[in-house]
Design a protein around this ligand. Sequence first.
Ligand SMILES: Cc1ncc(COP(=O)(O)OP(=O)(O)O)c(N)n1
Ligand SMILES: Cc1ncsc1CCOP(=O)(O)O
Ligand SMILES: [Mg+2]
Length: 217
Amino acid sequence: MMKQKLSLYFVMGSVDCTKDPLAVLDEAIEGGITMFQFREKGKGALIGVEKYRLAEKLFERCLAHNIPFIVNDDVDLALTLQADGVHVGQEDEAAERVRDRIGDRYLGVSVHNLNEVKQALSARADYVGLGPIFPTVSKEDAKQACGLAMIKHIRAHEKHVPLVAIGGITHQTAKQVIEAGADGIAVISAICRAEQIREQTKQLYEMVMDAKQKGGS
Ligand SMILES: Cc1ncc(COP(=O)(O)OP(=O)(O)O)c(N)n1
Ligand SMILES: Cc1ncsc1CCOP(=O)(O)O
Ligand SMILES: [Mg+2]
């Protein structure tokens, strides 16, 4: 079920890693991530065949561990790999069109407010990614942080939408994010910049699951 898969959603590309991305993903999987997004963008990002080869290897790892593999922005790549899904934002290919192209694969759409949530749902999104919740170091063109209040606002009006929160979420804030009404957290730096990726991922996973259980979701 989607809300379960969103619990600890790891977003990553080679640019985010200080060591081999495959090793980073392996440790994150051992730590308990529940979903993975390949987001190869930013200064120095791989392109063309190199991007494809990295995606293919990361996808293999996810397949072996039953972790849904989502491709950020690049619908063609997702279709070529037969990935589990695609994530698009407000400035990317239109969600309706992506849905028509990918059929039953997962469709995630970035949102910043309630209106965009409603539009994403009418485009038949499987989940929405709300953020940045807090200031982030991982996205150059990030919009202003919307805070926990926006999670609460959206949850008050859309009780059932699968919602993952993203942007600046750490061990310090994960619990509050779930308590505000998110079904999960999506993180880059909390995992990529961890000194001990497996252990810190496991801690994050436990915090999220504990907070979800207490909130009854
Ligand atoms: C889970 C999740 N939520 C939001 C985003 C941001 O998508 P977008 O606004 O299209 O920005 P880029 O990630 O493409 O720079 C995301 N990737 N994942
Ligand atoms: C991709 C994206 N979209 C909104 S914030 C963000 C970056 C999240 O990275 P971090 O967890 O390091 O703040
Ligand atoms: Mg995008």
